[in-house]
Design a protein around this ligand. Structure first.
Ligand SMILES: Cc1ncc(COP(=O)(O)O)c(C=O)c1O
Length: 372
């Protein structure tokens, strides 16, 4: 069968009516939506990059449109308001915050600084690789322990591996691609103890989606003066992956070492969009609710297909389909749906991002055909 686009698929499935306008564009049914805000109909349902399909909110979008007036300016002189807002949100002083062009830039910068010239970085695998791959490019040595049986970071094993060769421990919590979190008390205890011996990096890109109430961030340890760096992003719950806004929280002496090494600026649209995002609680809550609904749909379909999955604290779900993930990517693309790439060594698992309910129905239809 040749590739079909999403509209064709929805029509075939009899689901096209409400969501598709006559112009072939899809109206995003989100709160505070700008009149006429249309999202171009994409022929492929993309569930492979953990983007927020409900974004941008009207408020964030309007702030970015307004900021285009300022696009002639170099941005660093205008970082102040966002740094102040983030310092207030995180409960730190502004010299604890480093703005980066998407948290990936913060991850790479850290990987470069701590991995270069043979620096050892301890982590688990599979996990998010931006920091680790970059460190490796500059001579870093990655010491990666397997995840435990629940596909969670094995902190006991990581702690055992720390030695005087270790330059950093990298934790991704919640973890990408598994969607798991470590026990809250163990996480804090681990970071407190291990940061006396080496630097600990806590990638908290998905922390907004954590389903446990009051699950801790590691920012309080930064405030205690520990060797801890935390990364956060506007790419996920705030839906701003396309304009690249992220930040690190760390002790001022660490931030000031990193600052001169930052390679690219956040642009003026990203700065004002992020400020608007911090005030848009309606959209934040909306994103979380829609994400929960999409996850529930994935769980239901996986149950129907008799597949194991991990209850996720992120905007994606890891499902054990039993099929090699690179083959599954091809099989799903035949039906117009792109799912996540393989994550060795868990290659018979598939990471599927959440999307709109139309996206989820397209994924369900494709899965049921592929596994018929
Ligand atoms: C765990 C994790 N950290 C960081 C990022 C990078 O996000 P960004 O560079 O858009 O802030 C991602 C992106 O998917 C991620 O999954």
């Amino acid at each position: 069968m040749t590739h079909i686009n999403r509209r064709q698929w929805l029509k075939t499935a009899g689901l096209a009516s409400a969501a598709i306008t006559t112009s072939g564009c899809k109206l995003n049914a989100e709160p505070n939506k700008l009149p006429g805000a249309l999202v171009e109909d994409n022929p492929i349902v993309k569930l492979s990059s953990n983007e927020n399909r409900f974004a941008p909110s009207a408020n964030i979008k309007q702030a970015m449109i307004n900021a285009m007036e300022k696009s002639y300016l170099y941005p660093p002189a205008h970082y102040g308001p966002l740094i102040d807002a983030l310092a207030a949100k995180e409960g730190v002083t502004k010299d604890h915050i480093l703005l980066v062009s998407g948290s990936n830039e913060g991850l790479r910068l850290t990987g470069l600084m701590y991995g270069q010239n043979g620096g050892e970085i301890i982590t688990s695998t599979p996990t998010y690789k931006a920091l680790l791959s970059y460190a490796k490019e500059f001579g870093g040595v990655i010491n990666a322990a397997p995840l435990d049986a629940d596909l969670t970071y094995d902190l006991d094993e990581l702690e055992k591996r720390v030695s005087n060769k270790t330059n950093m421990v990298f934790l991704c919590n919640p973890n990408n691609p598994t969607g798991t979190i470590v026990d809250r008390k163990r996480m804090t205890d681990f970071c407190r103890t291990v940061s006396d011996k080496t630097m600990v990096f806590s990638d908290e890109a998905y922390s907004d989606y954590i389903e446990e109430k009051d699950y801790p961030t590691m920012v309080p340890l930064v405030k205690e003066g520990k060797n801890v760096i935390v990364s956060h992003t506007f790419s996920k719950v705030y839906g701003m992956a396309g304009v690249r806004v992220g930040y690190l929280v760390a002790r001022p002496d660490i931030i000031s070492k990193m600052k001169p090494r930052v390679m690219s600026y956040i642009n003026m649209m990203g700065l004002d969009g992020a400020l608007a995002a911090l005030k848009d609680d309606e959209f934040y809550q909306f994103s979380l609710t829609r994400n929960r609904e999409a996850k529930e749909h994935i769980y239901k379909v996986a149950d129907e297909l008799g597949m194991r999955y991990i209850k996720s604290h992120t905007n994606f779900v890891f499902v054990q389909t039993g099929r090699d993930a690179s083959q599954l990517v091809k099989d799903m693309m035949v039906h117009g749906v792109r799912v996540g790439r393989p994550f060795a060594p868990l290659t018979d698992w598939c990471r599927v991002s959440t999307g709109t309910m139309d996206d989820m129905l397209a994924w369900e239809g494709a899965m049921k055909k592929v596994f018929a």
